[in-house]
Each structure stands twice: as C-alpha cells, then as structure tokens.
Design a protein around this ligand. Sequence first.
Ligand code: AMP
Ligand code: GLY
Length: 420
Amino acid sequence: MKVLVVGAGGREHAIVRALNRSPQAPEVLCAPGNPGIAQDARCLDVPADDVDGLVKAALAETVDLVVVGPEAPLVLGLVDALRLHGLAAFGPRLNVAQLEGSKAFAKAVMEEAGVPTAAHRVVHSVADGLDAIGGRYPTVVKFDGLAAGKGVVVAPDEATATQALREMLEDRAFGDGDVLVEEFLDGEELSLFALCDGERAVPLVPAQDYKRIGDGDTGPNTGGMGAYAPVPGAPDPHALCEQVHQPVVDALKRRGTPFHGVLYAGLMLTADGVQVLEFNVRFGDPETQAVLPLLRSDLLDLLLRATRTGGLQGAQVDVAPGSAVTLVLASAGYPQSSSKGDVIDGLDAVGEGVEVTHAGTAERDGAIVTNGGRVLNVTAIGEDPLHAREAAYAAADRITFEGRQLRRDIALRAVERTST
Ligand code: AMP
Ligand code: GLY
C-alpha cells in the first residue's frame, strides 16, 4: 500500500504520522513536505498547487491513495484530475469544494439542507448594508472570497460596520466578490470534522481552535495558534453530525454532486443551540494535530473507505481516552510579517510522548531553521486537559528560536471546565 499526502504543513505532518501508525504499514510519500515530514515520509519535490505535476507523480509512483491536505489544490481541481486518471483521492471534487470557497454557495446548501446558520443578506451598497443591519449591533460583515483571513469584521457599532462595508464594497479592498451582512452569534466555537463517503458523515473528535495571535483572544486573526481535543462539555459529536454534516451530505447527493472527503464545520454553540459559522472541505490546522493522535482506528482504512460511495457504512471511529493539546510556535512578526532563517534549538529535547510536527521549517547547512509563519506544533496527550497542557508547555518551552511566539492560554478553558 502506497499513499501520497499533498501539502507541507503541520496538518500534513500529523496526517503522515497517523498513516504511519496504520497496521497496513503503508509506504507514505509527501509532496512537497518539509524537513520534519521528511523524517517520516519520502518527500517528492512537487508543489502542492501543481496539479499536473502531482498527477504525474502519483501515476509514476503507482500510489493507491492520494490524501489532499490544503484547500488550494482542491479548488484547482486536483481530485477531479486524479480521478480522471483512475486514482483514488481523498478530498472533494471542485464542484463541492466551493462549500469552503464561496460563503453564498455554503449558505444556499445549508438553507436547502435545513442546517442552522446565522441569518444573512447579500448587500450591494453601504446603504443596502446598513438597511440589512437595521440598527442591530454587534453585527458581522463578511467578504465572500479570499481575503487572507481579513474578510470577516465583527462590528460593535454603526461606524465600524460602515467602514467595513465601504472597504469591501466601495474601495474593493479584497477585489470583486459579494458582501454579506450576517447576524452576530454569541457563544463558544467548536471545530467538528466528519469523514464523508458521498452518502454518510462520520464524526471525529470535537476540537477547539485559538484563532487570535494574543493571549485572551486579542490581536489579529491567524491560521490558528493552538487547539485541544476533545472539548469538555460539548454536545455529543454524533448528534452534532446528524444535525449539521449529514443533512449537507444528503443535500449534495440529491444535487448529484456527492461529497467525499472531510467536511469541517466551524460551529457556534449558542444558548439557542448549534449554528454553523462556516464549512471547510479539508482538515483544520492546527486542530488535526490534536485530533489525529487521539484516533485509535486505522486512518488509512477510513480515508480509503471515504473515497468509495457508501464505503464508510458501519465504520467505527475508535478514540483513545484522555486529552490532546497542541501549541503552535510561530515566527517573529506573524501574522503581519514573517521572519525566516532563525536557527531552532531544542528539537531533540522534548522528551517521550510528545509529538512535534513541522509547519514552516527549512533545512540550512544541516540545521533546522524557521521558514516563516507558523513554524512548529507541539502536541502532548494526557489523562486530562491539565496533564496534556502541562506536558505540551514543558516540551514547547525547550524549543527556542529568535522571536518565537507562543500563546500561554491554550486549553486553559478546558482545564478550568474539568477542574471545577
Ligand atoms: P468565518 O471565516 O466565517 O469562520 O469567520 C471567522 C471568525 O469570525 C469566526 O471564527 C468567528 O470567530 C467570527 N464570526 C464569523 N461569523 C460570525 C457570526 N455570525 N457571529 C459571531 N462571530 C462570527
Ligand atoms: N484552524 C482553522 C482552519 O484550519 O481553517
């Protein structure tokens, strides 16, 4: 069995590691990977957005499965191209990858599927936007398109909302694209991944992501500065999946565009029940680094089954007891800018039972150096959030590099909730 993982981040490193734990003992390849992944997989020098190059490599290597990590190759049609060549690929086709790429498409599918989501209206002018808001603050203004994480403004008052609407609609700060005004939802966020085989959705462990750069959820949004799983006090994942993921999978099947791959729901747990904030069509980063180490089932088997229509029937996801906490070590300046080439010390000093996955690292003269953005992830497992958290911070503090950024409050919420 030969598997090719596409991508170069911490998420892909965690996927590679989980595949290596499979009793099927697959040969694991990664394109392009990074210096950390290269210790666990054979890396191919093909960028993650080179669809032709990836198809050629998968054919030349006669792989049994391609697992697509990031969104970019999915919206470039990598899965369609691989399937055209008879290759098994884990991930959605282009026509459903839009669930992540287009908020308007996602809203339409949710409406059709009867999935709870914030009320919204597409608006075409500032006046139209203010009319849709109707004086109800806070409110949310969203740009429907790629905006490097800056396309969502939670506006506490009319001045902020007006400014956001102006930037998006008049200055076209993010280019062309629809603008949505959305009802503000108050509550706690949760990431729930479900593996989908075109017909059914099978949930993994719920996780919580820390999106802001600073302690206490301050400062700009990032790709995610840490995560933990499971989430104490969260609703049963099977019940959430029946309410959210399964109706979407059903609706897409009815449309004749079945969803295969992982459906990632960004959820808000409000006082009135669960609401969907967004869908992604890939594993989340860094949540995956916390979720997969808790998985006892054979990930390879589950991913292969998801590529076949109805293949997940009867699938059981066996999860280890205990908690996983993942910390992100980011480079100086992140997320606004990015420092590269700083030597990383202490990678060998983290101790037993701690997983270090590489994201933005590079090799220079035999040393591992930073390569910008989020650099490393440190995941520890413990019997409860407290022990996992302590082990993760103890290990992370042994790893040093110039300008290292590390949030100090990851999983604190879970600890507080389980110790009272
Ligand atoms: P999104 O890209 O739509 O997930 O939005 C990014 C972040 O903005 C989310 O993770 C939430 O923290 C926040 N957000 C988005 N939509 C809402 C909403 N309707 N109510 C409250 N917060 C929201
Ligand atoms: N952790 C958020 C994401 O993967 O989009």
